[in-house]
Design a protein around this ligand. Structure first.
Ligand code: CP
Length: 305
């Protein structure tokens, strides 16, 4: 049971709380994939407040909320009163006054969901804050691993790509450590933040070495704008050294589950052959995202309160 008003990150959650969410997701996935809508959030209102672009996360939360019977509203930040200078807290208080029970927020500034949560009555779910955390992405990743292997404990998980700027990497490193997995992050030195090991992972710069014995290979998006900052010489050189390709997957860890939070840059951090191949869980991750978000919202404001 989640005895909290908000879901802001996985760093401060216990393994038991994370496992409770994953266990509750089973029933949600069964309902969602069978097309049998639930009533758990009937009479509730879920609002999305995205200050950054999104395809998967925003649609996933809205799909999940409606599937549970909630009313949904969406603040289009680019055409809202945010553009007239309205503060985050005033926007949150406005959503409270409109009867919102749960706000899903994405913002480029780390800590913004915490600030909002401290100032509104509604529950707040972090849908990505800067380089800090993306907790529901990690929860859907954990669920996808658990579905495939039965448990997360003891898995060797290799996370490769732009670790430095990745909130997905941080949430996963925290959570995988709590659940007893071995996490190895792989990137050029310029895309590895100093001290990342202190979060509970190992660091490797040789991808092929890291892939030996891997159960899960998770690619991270190379944020193309980083190339302008000179953090790696060229996309071609990056792909050659750090790209997830068929030779590496089928040659070194042929049974590994291939994951990626999306959006993907085909031919940069992962080839189409692998992204669309039989080891890929990328589409399943998206489906599991709806189920995990149904579980989270139900546990925060729904029938299990
Ligand atoms: N994985 C993820 O957060 O994707 P979006 O940016 O499309 O929401």
């Amino acid at each position: 049971m989640l005895r909290k008003k908000d879901l802001l990150g996985l760093k401060d959650m216990t393994a038991e709380e994370i496992c409770d969410i994953l266990d509750h997701t089973d029933g949600m996935k069964a309902a969602f994939t069978s097309g049998r809508p639930l009533e758990n959030l009937r009479g509730k209102c879920v609002s999305t407040l995205f200050y950054e672009n999104s395809t998967r996360t925003r649609n996933s939360f809205e799909t999940a909320a409606r599937f549970l019977g909630a009313r949904t509203t969406s603040v289009a930040v680019s055409t809202s009163s945010v553009q007239k200078g309205e503060s985050l807290i005033d926007t949150g208080k406005t959503l409270d006054a409109l009867g919102t029970d749960l706000i899903v927020i994405r913002h480029s500034m780390a800590g913004t969901p915490d600030l909002l949560a401290a100032n509104v009555q509604a529950s707040v779910v972090n849908a990505g804050d800067g380089m800090n955390e993306h907790p529901t992405q990690s929860l859907l990743d954990l669920y996808t691993m658990k579905e495939k292997f039965g448990t997360v404990k003891g898995l060797k998980v290799v996370i490769v790509g732009d670790v430095k700027h990745s909130r997905v990497a941080r949430s996963n490193i925290w959570a995988l450590g709590k659940l007893g997995a071995e996490t190895i992050v792989v990137a050029p030195y310029t895309l590895l933040p100093r001290g990342i090991e202190e979060l509970g992972c190992e660091v490797e710069t040789d991808l092929e070495e890291a892939l030996i014995g891997a159960n899960v290979v998770m690619g991270l998006r190379i944020q193309l704008e980083r190339q302008k900052a000179g953090l790696f010489p060229s996309l071609g050189e990056y792909s050659e050294q750090f790209g997830i390709n068929a030779d590496r997957i089928y040659g070194i860890c042929e049974n590994a589950l291939v994951m990626h939070p999306g959006p993907i840059n085909r031919g940069v951090e992962i080839t189409s052959e692998v992204a669309d191949g039989e080891n890929s869980a990328i589409c399943e991750q998206v489906t599991n995202g709806v189920a995990v978000r149904m579980a989270v919202m139900d546990m925060l404001v729904g029938g299990l309160q």
